[in-house]
Write a protein that binds this ligand. Structure first.
Ligand code: CTP
Length: 372
């Protein structure tokens, strides 16, 4: 179970982690609160992240009073992103939200109190506010601290997943990230969630946020367990292999883990299986098989067993010639298909270790170009 930072240490922890909030406190007085994930993470003693400040009043006015650089503003939601001491800070007018139909974007109205703003939020652990004027006081009307301490994820309202089904995917992200359990009522509501009332784009964006987490595999498992994601065949084997491959050379940094996890959960396409089952005998053959596949497809095929793809990704993919088309033109080859034929032949020979240097490459290329 997580142990939370003691109440008497909150103010100094806040000043230490987020010194840029001092100027907001000075400009906003009693009306400004730290809210959302930053409060949760501060209580858990986790690293600083993005910060959201709720303004009971007008966020745009506060931004103007701060004289800070504004990098984005959304009038519809009353939000302004500013840069303070080199850090981005989201200022948002405290608001209420109502949903015209399941999955619709909310209709927002200014909230008269911080409590009203907290009441529109997703989980109790995300519905805690710290008044910047006195961060020692915690505004926690939904028992977020107790749930954090108990390691529990709890929705605020029974209609929450109906109003905004992206929250079901968020639930998997938080439960996996923190290793928290769902309270039974919340889990029951999750299992009844209909993800089809939101657009494919919103669903995809939220899934990618889940996929980007170090605990993506656990989060996707949870979603599948709640019946909200149909995992494809080979999921378990893929998950085990990818957990290692994604952190290792030559794959780390060359693929987008979020894309990879989502594709793995859905199950690889037929052409990935084709690649996984291929047994090239020469590097040139391997390169021509792999070349037209995306990095995501390549790592999935590797995870399904095509170990030769390590060499492709780490070496063969980046193998290039010392000569180029100009060298062939200078040797009398006319521009046209013969050039491509010559260069391809030279690259194949180089990949297969049949050339040693520029002269060899040129000889192979010229022979192939003149063959046509
Ligand atoms: N929120 C919500 N419902 C959503 C999205 C967001 O209630 N569908 C609220 C939550 O209070 C959340 C806050 O808006 O804490 C900020 O959302 P977001 O930036 O997505 O998440 P963080 O809390 O910052 O968490 P993290 O970045 O760690 O995922």
């Amino acid at each position: 179970m997580p142990s939370l930072i003691p109440q008497e240490n909150l103010a100094s922890a806040l000043r230490g982690a987020y010194p840029e909030l001092g100027s907001i406190a000075a400009a906003g007085g009693e009306c400004v609160y730290l809210v959302g994930g930053a409060v949760r993470d501060l209580l858990l003693g986790r690293e600083r992240g993005d910060i959201d400040v709720a303004v009971v009043g007008d966020a745009a006015e506060l931004a103007a009073a701060l004289g800070a650089e504004t990098v984005a503003a959304h009038e519809r939601f009353g939000t302004v992103k500013v840069v303070l001491d080199g850090h981005e800070v989201d200022l948002a007018t405290a608001r209420t939200e109502t949903y015209e139909r399941p999955g619709a974007l909310p209709t927002v109205a200014p909230a008269g109190s911080i409590e009203a703003d907290l009441a529109r939020r997703d989980f109790t652990l995300n519905a805690i506010a710290l008044p910047l004027a006195d961060p020692g006081i915690v505004v926690d009307p939904h028992g977020g601290r107790a749930d954090l301490e108990a390691g529990l994820l709890r929705i605020l309202r029974p209609t929450s997943f109906i109003d905004d089904p992206t929250r079901a995917i968020r639930a998997a992200r938080y439960a996996a990230r923190f290793g928290f359990a769902l309270v039974p009522e919340t889990e029951e509501l999750l299992r009844a969630t209909d993800l089809t009332t939101i657009s494919a784009e919103r669903r995809e964006a939220e899934l990618l946020r889940l996929g980007a987490e170090p605990s993506a595999a656990e989060g996707l498992e949870l979603l599948a367990g709640w019946g909200l994601l149909q995992t494809g065949e080979h999921w378990e084997a893929l998950a085990a292999a990818l957990s290692e491959l994604l952190d290792e050379s030559p794959w780390a940094g060359e693929v987008d883990p979020a894309q990879v996890w989502i594709a793995a959960a859905r199950g690889p396409h037929g052409d990935v299986h084709g690649l996984a089952n291929a047994h090239p005998t020469q590097p040139s053959q391997a390169a021509s098989l792999a070349r037209h596949h995306s990095p995501t497809e390549l790592i999935l095929a590797r995870a399904l067993g095509a170990e030769w793809l390590d060499d492709y990704m780490g070496v063969w993919r980046d193998t290039s010639l010392e000569i180029d088309g100009d060298d062939l033109v200078a040797a009398g080859i006319p521009t046209g298909p013969a050039l491509g034929r010559g260069l391809d032949a030279a690259l194949r020979a180089k990949l297969d270790g049949e050339t040693a240097g520029r002269d060899d490459e040129l000889a192979v290329a010229l022979a192939a170009a003149r063959e046509g």
